[in-house]
Structure formats: structure tokens, C-alpha cells
Design a protein around this ligand. Sequence first.
Ligand SMILES: [Mg+2]
Length: 392
Amino acid sequence: MRIAAIRTYLLKAPTKSAFYSSQGLFSGRKSLIVEIVTEDGISGWGEGGQYGPAEPVIACIRDAFAPRLIGADPRTPAKHWESLYSSYRDFGTRGPYIEALSALDIAMWDLAGKSYGVPISTLLGGAYRDEVTAYGTGFYYPADGPTAVDPGRLRAEADSKLDAGFTAMKGKIGLLPVRDDMRRMEAIREAVGDDVALMVDSNHAYNLATARTVAAELGRLDFRWFEEPVPPEDKASYRALRDTSPVPVAGGEAEFTRYGFAELIGAGCVDVAQPDLAVAGGISEWQKIHTIAQVAGVTVIPHIWGSGVALAAALQVLAATPPNPYTAMTVPLQNEPVLEFDTTDNPLRRDLLTDPITLQQGRVAVPATPGLGVTVDRDVLSRFDVLETAAV
Ligand SMILES: [Mg+2]
């Protein structure tokens, strides 16, 4: 099996309604998709990046990495990762280079699975589960009134998540004063009752002193984790918060490679590490990050924000992730890994795959066919592609 061509697609899709996260407005969604085509005409799919501009990532793929991969066997992704990373480490250990590497790595794992006729989870050593409990990410701030505390709207969203079968949910805080955001979280807790696991994400909105106040309130409301409480560069505040927080501290979606996670985990910053496969280095790097976390007793739950391709990649690694710790009784969140399921409108998640990855009573089945186990709908790909497809 040899690589004949590498194509990039920049997909952009409007969403039904705009919304605010803790840091900014989302009025549409985008995904950078990579297709690696072999000489036999088999395609492997990957995704790279999440929030930032995709053009630098495309340039890294087109100008730096793709020329070195043409003609190579794609079934040795970890070997290619080491070679490509070391060629650009002088200036490419974070950011677009690693997002580019992530996309290419995922596509090569897809091809390896297709070549051997097995899902990626088998190549990773074997699946522990064939479906994963999902947690619903939502409770964003509406664009038509982001500063309003609107318990009715939050209760309605909580009800719709309960109807979908979610037993775990995550909301946003950090855009409003702490007191108002805590009123929002109280409304959600009241709506879902005590048996639903709740988590919260502030997208690094706070300094240490404010994060401590928030953590105390979240403890009172029995939240299960406090995600990105402080800026990701501020490891000392992470560590100080974790030492005293009544709720577990999560983070890592802005971190890159085993080296970044070794620092984050080694400094004692998090209880839950959240690498994004499309950002941190793909599936090859996930394996190293998971090992570093496992040795430290830290749980690894992938961050997911991308299209159906990124979601499929996360499902494969989640299938192959052992409980933390391995034990006779598995309980989602307590020791079983869970899947982040973005509940905002995203046509790139919903429509890009011929068999979309869907929720069934709060759980998601892991595709069992070779590779990522999904097929990209080329009509949908062209409909949302805003680039002249760049092929190398
Ligand atoms: Mg987050």
C-alpha cells in the first residue's frame, strides 16, 4: 500500500442559531478534513484543528508534510509521526504543524485498519466496549441575550437532554459574573435532579482566586468536573486549584503532544486530561498521552468539537481505553471513559457521514467496520468545501 495523493478540504457550514461560548461568538462551524488516497484508490480520512484558522494547517500539510509522505506506506503511522515531527521540531512543536500531523495521522490509521480489515480499536490492542456512554455538551449562551440569566431556557434544554437519554451533561460558565453563572448552574441542577452527572467548562475564564470561589460553589452543587478553570499556560494556578478544589479539575484541549501532556500531568494540574485527537497529534500521540496519564492515575477523556470524522476517531480510541482503574464494576465517569457529544447544531457532524454517528438513549455505538468505520459522503463534502481542493 502506497500513498498516491493527499487532499485537503476546508468545510464551512452555517448553524441554525448563533451562540456564545465562554469566550466568543459561534455563528458557523468549520472543519479541516484530509483525505489520503492510495495507489489502489483507497481513501483514508482525518481531521485537524478546531477553533483557529485552518489555512496555516493546510499550508503545513501541503508544503511540509505531504511531499514527504507521497509514495510511503501509510500503515506505519507512528513511524511517520516521529519522522515528520523531528523534521520540523525547531519551530513546529505546537499549533498548526501538530494539527496538520494530527489529521494525517488519523487518516493513516484509517488506511491501516482498512488494509488489515479491522477497526482501529483492534490495532490499538483491542476494544473494551462496543458502545460508550455520552455526555451532552451544551448550555451555551444564546446570541440574542448572552448576559441574561434565563432559568426557563436552561430548564428546557435540560429537559431535551433528559429526553435524549443523557445521564451526564456539561454546561458553560465564564461569560457572566460568577454569581449569575452559578444561578444558571443551580437552574440546571434543579432541572435534572441529583442522579444526573453535571460538569462545567469555563474555557479558562478565571484567575486562581475566582476559580477557587467557583469550585466551592460547584462542589455544593455536586458537579463532577471543572474544565479549563484557568489559562492553560498557568500550570501553577492549575496545580494550586487542584490541591484544594472539591470537584475534579479537567483540561488539555489546548495542549499538544506527549511533551505538553507530560508537563500538564507531571505538574499535577488535572484529574481529567482532555487531548483533542485533531489537535494534540492524532491517534499515535493519543497512545503516548494515555500512557503518561495512566501512570499518574489521571483519567483521559478526549475533547471533541469537530465533524463526524473527529468523532469517529475519538470513538475508536475510547473503545480501546481501559477503565481507570481496571475493575470488576465499571461505572461511567467514575472509572469508565465517556464520549463528549456536542449537542449544538453542526451539519458537519450530522451530515458528513453516510451513516451518521448517533445517540441511542444516551449511548453511542462504536463503528465496527474497518478503520474509522465511517464513510464520508462526497456530495456533502463538496457542498461545504470552500477551497479549491488542494491535492499533492
Ligand atoms: Mg472545553
